[in-house]
Design a protein around this ligand. Structure first.
Ligand SMILES: NC(=O)C1=CN([C@@H]2O[C@H](COP(=O)(O)OP(=O)(O)OC[C@H]3O[C@@H](n4cnc5c(N)ncnc54)[C@H](OP(=O)(O)O)[C@@H]3O)[C@@H](O)[C@H]2O)C=CC1
Ligand SMILES: O=C(O)[C@@H]1CCC=N1
Length: 274
């Protein structure tokens, strides 16, 4: 499959890294462009052997899928020069937060449009990617898209009404987990565990906890209650979490990310416009 990526930032790199990691895609058939940062394009070319170009029309020649991996404020100007060269065989897949299928279809009525929400764990083939299809996507195109994103992790096909929610939950999600890990590393250092040791211990603790949720029937609450002995260490820790209302803060954090995804879809590019 020949891919054109418009945008060469963090999310684009995570996708590229995942697609080439085990040879799922031929890097020469991944064409990447950005707005102006030549050194970034050369870096991606040197590291992953992808094809790069400043000529967006050259990139879209015979491409099967154009991936919009720029920011929500930039996609319309990025896509405009391509419009006369697109047809019903060229899929447009967005990874952008907020931007709706309808808004892309309005600009490119001829093309099948797909809205996706991967995450940066694509780099290690562990993305959770949600996918929604516009009305013009054929069943063979749907199969091709699902195969493409299943190379880099798990996929779920969802109604578009859920895309802002999954953006807040799983697109943004790894960042919350890294923040938790950073907090645990800082705590480790405070209680005498050097950072380089603490990092590995914390990472394995998260992997083990996640795997139990994936592989067993128990809920997270049942699992944490198993760890909590009356009067023990876990209870002492949870007393602080409850006193500081950490669970409420996390619920509000994801709610705020959800609202922001909705706003981005309405073209509110600045946080001040909230
Ligand atoms: N980061 C993440 O974890 C996730 C991000 N996303 C979505 O992915 C998208 C990209 O995010 P992220 O990678 O973090 O952003 P970055 O800021 O890292 O990258 C944005 C890229 O878009 C390029 N760009 C901007 N304008 C144009 C244009 N007119 N034509 C071509 N390229 C252009 C930039 O080029 P230049 O540097 O030259 O300006 C840059 O390469 C966003 O829409 C975001 O919502 C989705 C899931 C997770
Ligand atoms: O912060 C953002 O807007 C993007 C969307 C999902 C993750 N990062």
């Amino acid at each position: 499959m020949k891919i054109t990526m418009i945008g060469a930032g963090s999310m684009a790199e995570a996708l590229i890294a995942g697609w080439v990691k085990e040879g799922s895609l031929n890097p020469a058939e991944i064409f990447v462009t950005n707005r102006e940062d030549n050194s970034r394009l050369n870096q991606l070319k040197d590291h992953y052997r992808v094809s790069i170009s400043r000529d967006i029309l050259e990139l879209t020649d015979k491409t099967d899928i154009v991936i919009l991996s720029c920011k929500p404020k930039d996609w319309e100007s990025a896509l405009k020069p391509l419009i006369p060269h697109l047809n019903e065989k060229t899929m447009i897949a967005s990874v952008m937060a907020g931007v709706t299928i309808t808004s892309i279809e309005e600009l490119v009525p001829v093309s099948p449009v797909i809205r996706t929400m991967p995450n940066t764990s694509a780099a290690v083939l562990a993305s959770m990617t949600s996918i929604s299809y516009g009305a013009q996507v054929s069943s063979s195109q749907k199969a091709a898209v699902e195969s493409l994103f299943s190379y880099i992790g798990e996929t779920a096909v969802l109604e578009e009404t859920m895309m802002d929610a999954v953006t807040a939950l799983t697109g943004t999600g790894p960042a919350y987990i890294y923040y938790l890990m950073e907090s645990m590393e800082k705590a480790a250092a405070n209680i005498g565990v050097p950072a380089h040791i603490g990092r590995d211990l914390v990472a394995q603790t998260l992997i083990g906890a996640s795997r139990r949720v994936q592989e067993e029937e128990s809920t997270p609450a049942e699992l944490y209650k198993q760890i909590m002995s009356p009067g023990g260490t876990t209870e002492a820790g949870f007393d602080v979490l409850k006193e500081r209302q950490v669970q409420e803060a996390i619920i509000d954090c994801i709610g705020s990310a959800y609202e922001r995804s909705q706003q981005l879809g309405k073209g509110k590019t600045s946080l001040k416009q909230r």
